[in-house]
Ligand binder design. Sequence first.
Ligand code: ADP
Ligand code: MG
Length: 728
Amino acid sequence: MSKLRFHAIKESLAYKSIHVEEKGRRSNVFGENVFNENTMRQYLTNDAFKGVINAINHGKKIDRSIADQVASSMKDWALSKGVTHYTHWFQPLTGVTAEKHDAFFETTDDGMAIEKFGGNQLVQQEPDASSFPSGGIRNTFEARGYTAWDPTSPAFIYGTTLCIPTIFVAYTGEALDYKTPLLRALHAVDDAATAVCKYFDKNVKKVTSSLGWEQEYFLVDKLLAASRPDLMLTGRTLLGHSPAKGQQLDDHYFGSIPNRALNFMRELENECMLLGIPVKTRHNEVAPNQFEVAPIYEEANLAVDHNSLLMDVMGRVASKHNFKVLLHEKPFAGINGSGKHNNWSLSTDTGINLLQPGKTPMSNLQFLTFFINTIKAVHENEALLRAAIASASNDHRLGANEAPPAIISVFIGKQLTKVLEELEGVTKGKLSPQEKTELKLNVVGKIPDVLLDNTDRNRTSPFAFTGNKFEFRAVGSTANCGKPMTILNTIVAKQLKDFKVEVDALVNKKDLKKDEAVFNVLREYIKSSRAILFEGNGYGEAWEKEAKKRGLSNNKTTPEALKAKISKKTITLFEEMKVMSKIETEARYEIDMEAYSLHIQIEGRVLGDIARNHIVPTAVKYQNILIENVRGLKGIFDKKFESVAKEQINLIEDISKHIEGINSNVTKMIDERRNANAIIDIEKKALAYCNKVKPIFNDIRYHCDKLELLVDDEIWPLTKYREMLFTR
Ligand code: ADP
Ligand code: MG
């Protein structure tokens, strides 16, 4: 193994970075490989074009003859670009994207061949989906799954394949993917938000949810990564002593981007431009070899697709540049991990961002309505929001004093806190003309000025208001954004729906004016959701205590957190908002819980293998060298022997202790795994993996990492942190 390590180091040092040219103006190539509105206008008949646009904007069904026309035009466009295959592209519950390619090519009766692609193939496909997780849905119903075209996310060409974004559902109608419930949640939030907007502007017909994600990642030389079985199999290093220099000097963050990484980024961005992914920002992150890429925000469904696609493209482009891209939340212990901030907002078809203060008191009241309803939604559903981002890998990050804590809270800044305090004092029931004027001029009217100085961003908050959007920061870097976006949009939809009922009741039964009713309901919301607002240091122990007093949940591990996904409240919420049926909700819970156990099981196996079969033999080898040395010394020195060989003898003893530590703990871990595997109940099994198996990882690692410091570097088998983290 140490041979592989030194070979990898040598090769990585000799590697010459591929130079990537900028292709001139990006706006010229943007969306070139996307069957977008522009392309459709060129390729489709008027009728077909209108049909698709109606489907996109108003969810209208596309009829057969139009589907045929669209398919035929898509094929012509794709063939003109050298495409040979098409695929339905979807996001099953594995979390990664799936595709099965079919050639356009068909044979004809006369022994010839043509390129064919009809409406049937565009609209629906039946992949052999028996190996995708279904949480028991398909077993229960013995039904197969099929994919169906999502016209709201445009088809695109990747390589020589035409990719058609689709949903993935069971024949009985249950969703088997992330996209289906997301689309339903976006529909729910559109309905609820549009109804509330009508209090302020009758012209609003549609509200769109937007997402701008920020993707963090690490780049490690491909060969160096390949020399680490833990990185290759689990996405993270399960052992490795921290390097003498890590991120203490803060010299990487926003520093000049190393050349090799920059070339990777250029090529990635060029690919993104062709695919219509509007990436805009790139920079070094806090940890060495850690970077970030962020796009301009888009409609949430499209943004989710684009992020999923990006993660796939990143892997391929990295490989070309001899990198392995690490999307794991915590690839290296002791230095920062990676997240994926989800910047979220709602905007109207009249061009108003509902989370951005406006210019008039009325538009500010609208802003406050959406702002406070979001806070209330988070307060009512904090445990579910925590569950939305729960995964074995994100557990390493949340609450690890560098990332948002596992406690969900909302940061809004000093000034808005003051505004809410003043609104809390609004009179119950009817307001005097003086109070109304006072509110409009001095509270609601002042918001835009106030926000201009709202720059005190609190990086420790998991859910922060940042001027014109909320930023959900606890999302993990490997996550499919569909999960948190489905839950966030659903809880806000439900909240807005309830809000409308309450306001209408005050208007109809208590004879309040609309704005009076809005003020009255908002006042109560501020009071009842005060517990979720937190401006202090989210990393501190004091906050844990305080949050407990406030009744906020603090679910540090995935198995604990996931329970909120099948609480009665959650099931009712999803049913009421028509986002997921009880069966769908329960299926997802099962899949997440099982995935957790499997993750820890795989990590345990890999760690056991490395510790016993790589580290222990290396330690024994070095110990033997020391023993030889001591024997030699004994031959040369007579009386002085003990003092001359003292350190070596200590070392020999130390190594023995660590070998014993490794072996006994690996045995213990295997026993605990065996116990966990025997448990049938998925929740109890996950808890056993979490509380009995996982803690032993640290003990095994401790002894391995100590040995890394003791054993001769020449024979150490695993590429070290310092070697992986500072390649340029
Ligand atoms: P940072 O949070 O790192 O300071 P920015 O605030 O500039 O970065 O933006 C981060 C992400 O938020 C980007 O993807 C950006 O497009 C997105 N964003 C900006 N405005 C909105 C908005 N109104 N709704 C949703 N996302 C937004
Ligand atoms: Mg941000």
